[in-house]
Design a binder for this molecule. Structure first.
Ligand code: S3P
Length: 426
């Protein structure tokens, strides 16, 4: 449990926002596609990505970690593990690994915690089955534990996905690079594009044309990674909202990932009236730089486009909506219902406890800006709900129950929050 309340206005620079979760998962898994050691700096040491790292080790990789740099030496052949592969709370881990393992000879069982094992998996299982993957699980493979009987000879494909999901896309790419012929993948709108970009830097041949990919099979091992993972804009966004909603305050987030599919929520904050500046400093695997956010009066907005680009930030953005002048509306965001919690429902329920007027729809919600009342918040085991309402503690004292989940993505969140708020931990 944590209690959070207002301390003072602030002008702060933060260098140690958690490292990017999506890129850290990919670093661990993609290192298995090389025949040489990958060197990864600033890997996210949080529960989700450490689960992936443990799994990579169970698959035969040698992982050397001096506390700063992680070196992953891949095995000659993926090892069949003697135990289940525990993905913890991580949807990204299980879905990416389903793709990776479907195309490797062996028997694998993927499982997770009670939250992960109740999240839908058919979005990945069905396309994989359509190209010959053998995956078994409860409710015909909808829920983990999932058993994969891997097969080196999956078919190439032409797949037109109905959802914009980077997890589904990456799972399919990881089979396509091992098929005998080129494959085509299309999604309705562009989801985060780290996989295709990173794999191409490693030497893969993936033709990218907006939402359409042509994935050519690998003809040789990929080059190893030599990467410093940038800081995670989804984690930084909690502090962006904190600055936007706190009078006379500003924050500078250092070394952030600036990929356009990841910073849309900052642009929405700017549209609402906050002052937001991006300062690019590097462009190796991805654009990287600083983000400055300054408080200003906020007005309500409608968010209905590019939803995949701000899906993880909507819980925190909702706190800004709830103090903006006027109404804000989120549409076309049904995907929120299948995240770490049903986020439409958990955002709405918790905002109501804070005396904020909210209407719930199947694919979104409408929030009327108002005055927060002190409340006891249930995170429902969802890290982003816990952190979003901890930030709301700057508006009225909040007590957040069930906060261990914060460790899945942002272990130093409470330490950083203590710089701008009074925080008590029990
Ligand atoms: C992720 C993709 C997103 C996102 C998740 C991380 C990834 O999910 O919500 O937190 O790293 O690929 P979908 O793209 O499946 O919606």
């Amino acid at each position: 449990m944590i209690s959070v309340c207002f301390k003072d206005s602030f002008d702060l620079e933060i260098k140690d926002i958690a490292s990017d979760k999506s890129i850290s998962h990919r670093c661990a898994i993609f290192s298995l596609l090389s025949d040489k050691s990958s060197v990864i700096k600033n890997f996210l040491r949080a529960e989700d990505t450490l689960s992936t790292l443990r799994i990579v080790k169970a698959l035969g990789a040698r992982v050397e970690d001096d506390g700063k740099v992680i070196k992953i030496t891949p095995p000659n052949k993926i090892k069949e593990p003697s135990d289940i592969l525990d993905c913890g709370n991580s949807g990204t881990a299980i879905r990416l690994l389903l793709g990776f393992l479907s195309a490797r000879d062996g028997f694998f069982v993927l499982s997770g915690d009670k939250y992960l094992n109740s999240r839908p998996m058919k979005r990945v299982v069905n396309p994989l089955r359509s190209i010959g993957a053998k995956i078994y699980g409860r409710s015909d493979g909808e829920f983990a534990p999932l058993c994969v009987i891997g097969n080196d000879k999956l078919k190439s494909f032409k797949y037109d996905s109905k959802i914009a999901s980077a997890q589904v896309k990456t799972a399919m790419i990881l089979t396509a690079i091992r098929a005998d012929k080129s494959s085509q993948y299309k999604e309705p709108t562009l989801s985060r594009d780290h996989s295709e970009k990173m794999l191409n830097v490693m030497g893969a041949n993936i033709e990218i044309d907006g939402c359409e990919l042509v994935i050519h099979p690998l003809t040789k091992y990929l080059k190893p990674l030599d990467i410093k993972v940038p800081n995670d804009p989804s984690s930084g966004f909690f502090f962006a909202v904190a600055a936007a909603i706190t009078k006379n305050s500003q924050i500078r987030l250092k070394n952030m990932l600036l990929n356009k599919t990841r910073i849309e929520a900052y642009k929405v904050l700017a549209k609402m009236g906050a002052v937001v500046e991006f300062i690019k400093t590097d462009t190796k695997y991805e654009d990287i730089g600083d983000i400055i956010i300054k408080n200003a009066p906020l007005k309500g907005v409608e968010v209905s486009k590019n939803i995949a680009w701000l899906i993880d930030e909507l819980p925190a953005l909702s706190i800004a909506f709830a103090v903006a002048n006027g109404k804000s509306r989120v549409k076309n965001a049904k995907e929120l219902r299948v995240k770490e919690s049903d986020r439409i429902s958990t955002i709405v329920r918790n905002l109501k406890k804070c005396n904020i007027k909210v209407d719930e729809f199947e694919d979104g919600y409408e929030i009327e800006g108002g005055v927060f009342k002190s409340a006891k918040i249930d995170s429902y085991g969802d890290h982003r709900i816990a952190m979003s309402f901890a930030i709301a503690g700057l508006l009225a004292p909040m007590r957040i129950e069930d906060v261990d989940c914060i460790n899945t993505s942002f272990p130093n969140f409470v330490t950083l929050l203590s710089k701008i708020a009074k925080v008590e931990t029990k």
